[in-house]
Design a protein around this ligand. Structure first.
Ligand SMILES: NC(=O)c1ccc[n+]([C@@H]2O[C@H](COP(=O)([O-])OP(=O)(O)OC[C@H]3O[C@@H](n4cnc5c(N)ncnc54)[C@H](OP(=O)(O)O)[C@@H]3O)[C@@H](O)[C@H]2O)c1
Length: 240
């Protein structure tokens, strides 16, 4: 159980982030979620408040592309809950089209959110975790970081960057009790990249499957550090 622990989940207003927030609450943590849409944050907080009570949930509007917003969000969480033990850098976006058609703005949106956003979260969290004598940072990557595919160049590159960044960072801070890992899911049933999930998505992972991996990592014994987890649907459509 994570009783007494405080977690922050970026992009916690829907999809995988919301499932992670719910699972961490169910396991006893107090949880803060961030996102850019106030309206979705309000709905998510109402929903999460039903798990273990609204006093255990906080939402802060913060765009992960903006370092000062990230830093201020973590400060606000630490002030409200007394510190931070866990950060899940989950916020991410994907735009899928050929390189020749991808706009400069779309490229920047993916790199700024998926790569800079992860760096900003990690950088801003270190002093908070050190103040607690250690903690966990889990970055939500994707199998696309190691399995690139056409129309996904920028997205796949952003997740490959997350993987390398996370492994290097993990080695920098592990001696201070800060445990860093990334989770790389395959296809998950969410409305990611503006695509509404549908009945034909039944074969995909559920957001709760990824949430379980995140919670199990945090519960792992201190002597060992699982630093990279891939999770994929058991029975995707057959390609051959
Ligand atoms: N779905 C999949 O198949 C899949 C597979 C592998 C990995 N992933 C990764 O899993 C993570 C979550 O994906 P998902 O499927 O749950 O996506 P989602 O349903 O679209 O949710 C994304 C979350 O991130 C927030 N967000 C987006 N841009 C943000 C920003 N600039 N600052 C702060 N929050 C921001 C969104 O809220 P606002 O829009 O209000 O900001 C929302 O809460 C992403 O990193 C994604 O790359 C997804």
């Amino acid at each position: 159980m994570f009783t007494g622990k405080v977690a922050v989940v970026t992009g916690g207003s829907r999809g995988i982030g919301l499932a992670i927030a719910r699972t961490l609450l169910q396991r006893g943590a107090r949880v803060a979620i961030t996102a850019t849409s106030e309206a979705r944050l309000r709905e998510a907080v109402e929903d999460l408040g039903k798990v273990t009570g609204s006093s255990n949930v906080l939402s802060v509007r913060a765009d992960v592309r903006n370092y000062s917003e990230v830093e201020q969000a973590l400060q606000a969480v630490a002030q409200k809950f007394g510190g931070i033990d866990i950060l899940v850098n989950n916020a991410g976006v994907g735009v899928f089209r050929p390189v020749a058609d991808l706009t400069i703005e779309e490229w920047r949106q993916m790199i700024d959110t998926n790569v800079s956003g992860v760096f900003y979260g990690c950088r801003a969290a270190v002093p908070h975790l050190k103040a607690r004598g250690g903690g966990w940072i889990i970055n939500v990557s994707s199998l696309s970081g190691t399995n690139p595919f056409p129309d996904g160049a920028a997205y796949c590159a952003s997740k490959a960057a997350v993987n390398a960044f996370t492994e290097a960072f993990m080695q920098e801070v592990r001696h201070e009790g800060i445990r860093v890992a990334y989770v790389a899911p395959g296809s998950v049933r969410t409305d990611f990249s503006g695509r509404a999930s549908s009945g034909s998505d039944e074969w995909k992972l559920a957001p709760e499957d990824v949430a379980q991996v995140v919670a199990d990592l945090i519960a792992h014994p201190m002597r060992s550090l699982p630093s990279r987890v891939e999770i994929r649907p058991s029975r995707p459509p057959k390609k051959r």
